[in-house]
Design a protein around this ligand. Sequence first.
Ligand SMILES: Nc1ncnc2c1ncn2[C@@H]1O[C@H](COP(=O)(O)OP(=O)(O)OP(=O)(O)O)[C@@H](O)[C@H]1O
Ligand SMILES: [Mg+2]
Length: 225
Amino acid sequence: MSVVTIEKLGKKYKRTILEDVAFSLEAGTMTALIGASGEGKTTILNIIGLLDSDYTGQVLLFDTNVADLSEKEQAHYRNTKLGFILQEPLLIDRMTVRENILLPTVYLSKKERENVDFQTRLVNLTKNLGIYDLLDEKPNTLSGGQKQRVVAARALINDPELILADEPTGALDQDNANIILQLFKKLIANGKTVLTVTHDSNVAKQHDRILKLANSHVLEIGEEK
Ligand SMILES: Nc1ncnc2c1ncn2[C@@H]1O[C@H](COP(=O)(O)OP(=O)(O)OP(=O)(O)O)[C@@H](O)[C@H]1O
Ligand SMILES: [Mg+2]
């Protein structure tokens, strides 16, 4: 099943950022998106992640044209189907790490919360990411790399189908970067889909596919693995 289908995507600020961009992402795969700084990688993630609707062309998520979704439906998609690991780790400093990670669960309906053991999921995720001991801390006491892992846990707490990760390993050492990659591999083995923006060719190589954004176009890089 195609989880993301992009057709003829265009985006302009003062200059053209994206032109005639097309690609699709299949369920159970992880794809790296590479390209120089300022080329428009975050712009693409924001469009797929329903944070930016000011574009030309078509974006389909789970075979639905996102332009046909109401604001409310888009918000629901963002909270339940998408896990967005933002480039800037935005955490709420007056809440603990635990509360930050559980925040997306607050907006679920009663029905969606039924039969889900969020405590177990929280423990598993944070142990996996090596941040279990930080659950009662406040985010402003954490290092950049610790914050990045908290953001990853928060993005995954609702068990999203599609994970959009913008430089998720940018502030991490090799060991912690590998922990994130192993987690992504586990997710795709369970049928989830991952799109990772990265500058690190070692991280990119561990994905099934590499897409490169240059001169407003996206090209597939072959046989890179
Ligand atoms: N809100 C905005 N208004 C005007 N221009 C913008 C805006 N946001 C981004 N841009 C421009 O769009 C281009 C693409 O930005 P984007 O953040 O997508 O790049 P990127 O590939 O993610 O770069 P990096 O690797 O540095 O994160 C840049 O030239 C940037 O200056
Ligand atoms: Mg960016």
